[in-house]
Each structure stands twice: as structure tokens, then as C-alpha cells.
Design a protein around this ligand. Structure first.
Ligand code: BG6
Length: 486
């Protein structure tokens, strides 16, 4: 399969936080790989901006190391690395003060054919300062874009305040709120499968679907990010954004077009249709030490922390399509395996013509986000051999790497897709302000509930599938979690 690369317009991309971890690990390696694929026009430039004093040469040296470490299949392509580094510049700036802004202005090209985008790869407390500086110092025009990273607020109030602050300087169609899960190849494939095939959509509702499971299981702990994570927890860090976005794409009505507002209007309706969740439908957990690795409380350096590193919950989207269909969501750190999956579990056939001995079977469409991105549809067939009609479930496997050839093996990183979408001016895979606020409106009361009651998360062993209560949450409904080992 030959992939088609459509070059984007020339751009000046300014990365505030250009020396930070995200810039080093994700943003610059993503741009580098797009450069290698021929998508980045020769006249494009990437300008790192941060507090540290350094010149272009020092910044290029710094980023060279990052590309060798995170450039994946291009990491040892020295010629390409040097070619890409030639597009890099650096300006020291003071987000809240005077320093560096006129140097940055001098560097930028005043050419309407050059897209200008600012990537705010910094803590949210600096978003408004930076937006104000860019706007007030004449560094932007009506076409300038800004990209903001999560966390977008800590709750509804702070998210609303942030939206209002940004709106003083930029229009909504200039603001790109990143949720990197939307840039994942399989997540976009979910939309292709739902809306590009006749096969699934007629069955995609409460009449045929028994329930839906969304699991994002990680083996890593929170070490190194403890101070951020301890104020956040799995609900704010993962559910309010990534899992919620996955749920929206599964549950939304078909948008009229694959366009930013058409898609985001449908997602917003899903969030607004979510019922509040009863406390007994939420299980929070916190990992303990396995003897070798530290416990959550040690990682977070907070011996009395009540923050959850795991959460499982059952929720409902109250509308005609999904009435009474449970959505089970689960995510956690230091679990037994790194596995992210969306599973659409269909109902049993209404009547078995094969008798009780053949067992009852359910088709499952499993959408794997990582590892081994792909989809599997479980179908029920006759077990081979003589001796009656016994049924077994076998997978119809659609592994993207196998189906699409070696080029699909190195799956495009979410950031590659998303940054190019910013340059193209396509907001479809970015969150709109009202979506973010609606998501907080749903999570805030749940968080306030357990904080008010003083609930402690249940301890769970590192390397397990989470607290036993999480299994009970679904087992008591006569169902079982799929995927990760317990
Ligand atoms: C981030 C969270 O947004 O997503 C992290 O802050 C989490 O806690 C990460 O580890 C997971 O992303 P991915 O792409 O590795 O699944």
C-alpha cells in the first residue's frame, strides 16, 4: 500500500515550552517524522521559545538528542535529522514580562501565505499570559492559531475561566484544545468503521448492544509526575478527557459531515445526555508497593493521599439510541498490562436453535488502541468435528499492520496527525470549549461526592487488574471485564 502524503502550507510554528518534556518527547519528534515523510514544506520553521538562554545552535544540539531518542524508525537517519534541525530556531522569552518578545516578532514572517501557530506546551497557569502577550504585542492576526495542552482546567469553574480568558484574545475557531487520544489512528478508524460501513450502524443501539466497555490500562506508575497527578487523579487525568472522548465517538449520532462543528455538536449531545453516576457505581483504587516498585503514596510523596490511580465506573447515556445500555469505563496505572480497548458487546441471539448444550454466545467488536492497534470481530461458528452442534467464538481479525502492509506497522503518532491538522486549519479532532465544560459538568459532582464523603480509594496490588471491587461492579450485572489479566 502506498501512502499519500499531501503537503501542508508553509508554516511558522512557535512552541512555548520548547525545552520541556512534551516538546522533546512528542512535538518535535512528530514534526521530524512529518518532515521525513515529505509533508513539511521546505520554507517552514519551528521556533522553540522558553525561559532558558540559548542560541539556535545550542537548541539544535538539544533537540538532536531528542530525535535520536524518540525519532522511532528515523532515529538513526543522520542526514534527515540535520535537514530537519536546519528549520529550527530558538528565542528566550519571558511569558509574563518584556524579555524576548521583540526578538520573536522580528523572527516571524509577515506573509499571509505562511500559517502561524503557537503551541502552548506549558502549564495552564500561563495560557492566558501567553495568549495576551501574543495578541497585545501584535504577534497574531485573525488566521493565527493557538494550541493548548491538557489539563484544560481542574473543574468546571477553572475551565470556564480559561475559556473566557482565551476568548478575550482569540476566536473559538483559532483555539485548538488537544486531546491526543483523538489523534490515535484507531480512534479515527472507529469513525471510519461506524460511518463508512453499512454493516455496523443498524446494530449500533440499545436493541442489539448489550453493553460497552472502555478500558485504558497502563503499567506505568505516576513517578516523576506525582505532584501534578496527586491533585488530579485518574478521573481528571483520564476519564474527563480521553475516556469521555472515546465514549462520545462510540455513542454519538452520525454527523452530517466529517467536519469540525458537525462532529463536535454530536459529541456534545452525548456528554449532555450522560446521567449522573451513583456512588455505588464507582470504584476508586490506589496501587500499593509490590516490594520492588514504590507505592502510589511514595510516588506521589504524600503518605496520606486519597487520590485514585485507578477508577472503574458504570454510566448511562440517556437517549433513544442507548437507553438502559451500560457503559463500563475503567482506567488505571501500574496494572498487569498495557492494554487499551473499546469493546462493543452485542446481545445474545433471542433464541438458540441449537439447544442449551451449545452455550450462549455474544458477538464482540473489539477496537484495540494499544498495543497492536486493530479491530477484532468475534463471530460464533460451529466447532469443527463430529458429535453434534457445539458452537465456538472465533475472531475475524483486522490487524492494521497485517492488512495494510509494512507501512502501517509504524502507526502514525497522534501528535503527527494533530499538528498537521492545526496547520491545515482542521479542528475536527480538537475539543471545543463547550465540550470541555460539559465534560467537567459531568465529572465535578462525582468528584465532589467522594470528597465530601471523605471516601478513600481501595488499595490494589501493583501488577494486578485493580481492586476486586472493580470486578464486582460488572460481575454483579452478570458480565465480565475483558482484556487485562487479573
Ligand atoms: C496523558 C495522561 O494525558 O495520557 C497520562 O496525563 C497518561 O497520565 C497518558 O499516561 C496516556 O497516553 P497514552 O497515549 O500513552 O495512552
Amino acid at each position: 500500500m502506498v501512502s499519500r502524503v499531501i503537503p501542508v502550507e508553509p508554516f511558522d510554528l512557535i512552541i512555548f515550552g520548547g525545552t520541556g518534556d512534551l516538546a522533546r518527547r512528542k512535538i518535535l519528534p512528530a514534526l521530524f517524522r512529518r518532515y521525513c515523510s515529505g509533508q513539511m514544506p521546505e520554507s517552514s520553521r519551528v521556533i522553540g521559545a522558553a525561559r532558558s538562554e540559548m542560541d539556535d545552535a545550542a537548541y539544535r544540539d538539544f533537540i538532536r538528542e531528542a530525535l535520536v531518542e524518540f525519532g522511532k524508525s528515523q532515529a538513526d537517519n543522520a542526514e534527515a535529522i540535520e535537514g530537519f534541525l536546519a528549520h529550527l530556531h530558538y528565542v528566550p522569552v519571558d511569558a509574563k514580562g518584556e524579555g524576548g518578545w521583540s526578538a520573536l516578532k522580528d523572527l516571524l514572517r509577515d506573509d499571509e501565505n505562511v500559517v502561524r501557530a503557537y503551541y502552548f506546551s506549558v502549564g495552564p497557569s500561563l495560557f492566558a499570559d501567553l495568549a495576551g502577550q501574543v495578541r497585545n504585542r501584535g504577534l497574531s492576526n485573525r488566521d493565527t492559531r493557538i494550541v493548548v495542552e491538557k489539563p484544560f482546567g481542574h473543574d468546571l469553574e477553572s475551565a470556564r475561566a480559561l475559556n473566557e480568558e482565551l476568548a478575550q484574545y482569540f476566536h473559538e475557531d483559532q483555539i485548538y484544545r488537544i486531546d491526543h487520544y483523538l489523534g490515535k489512528e484507531t480512534v479515527q478508524n472507529l469513525m471510519a468503521v461506524r460511518f463508512g460501513n453499512m454493516l455496523f450502524e443498524p446494530l449500533w443501539n440499545a436493541q442489539y448492544v448489550d453493553h460497552i466497555q472502555i478500558t485504558v490500562a497502563e503499567t506505568v506508575g505516576v513517578g516523576g509526575r506525582g505532584s501534578y497527578y496527586d491533585k488530579s487523579g485518574a478521573m481528571r487525568d483520564m476519564v474527563q478527557n480521553h475516556l469521555m472522548q472515546l465514549l462520545c465517538l462510540i455513542a454519538m449520532e452520525p454527523p452530517a459531515r466529517f467536519e469540525a462543528d458537525a462532529v463536535r455538536d454530536e459529541k456534545l449531545k452525548v456528554i449532555r445526555a450522560l446521567d449522573p453516576v451513583d456512588p455505588d457505581q464507582i470504584v476508586r483504587g490506589q496501587y500499593t508497593s509490590d516490594g520492588e516498585m514504590p507505592s502510589y503514596r511514595e510516588d506521589a510523596e504524600n503518605p496520606t493521599s486519597k487520590t485514585e490511580s485507578f477508577i472503574a465506573l458504570k454510566c448511562y447515556v440517556s437517549n433513544w439510541r442507548w437507553a438502559n445500555t451500560p457503559f463500563y469505563l475503567r482506567t488505571g496505572k501500574r496494572l498487569s498490562s498495557r492494554a487499551s480497548e473499546i469493546a462493543v458487546v452485542f446481545k445474545e441471539t433471542p433464541h438458540s436453535i441449537f439447544g442449551i448444550d451449545s452455550g450462549r454466545h455474544r458477538n464482540v467488536l473489539s477496537i484495540r488502541l494499544q498495543p497492536n492497534e486493530g479491530m477484532t470481530l468475534g463471530v460464533t461458528i460451529k466447532e469443527p468435528g463430529p458429535g453434534g452442534m457445539r458452537l465456538v467464538d472465533v475472531p475475524l481479525d483486522m490487524s492494521f499492520a497485517e492488512a495494510l502492509g509494512p507501512e502501517a506497522e509504524e502507526v502514525t503518532d497522534a501528535y503527527e496527525r494533530l499538528i498537521m491538522d492545526v496547520i491545515r486549519g482542521n479542528q475536527t479532532l480538537f475539543m471545543r470549549g463547550d465540550e470541555v465544560e460539559a465534560a467537567w459538568s459531568w465529572t465535578d459532582p462525582l468528584i465532589e461526592g467522594w470528597e465530601r464523603r471523605g471516601d478513600s480509594p481501595k488499595p490494589y496490588d501493583a501488577g494486578s487488574a485493580g481492586p476486586d471491587d472493580a470486578a464486582f461492579l460488572i460481575n454483579r450485572d452478570g458480565r465480565r471485564w475483558r482484556g487485562i489479566k487479573s
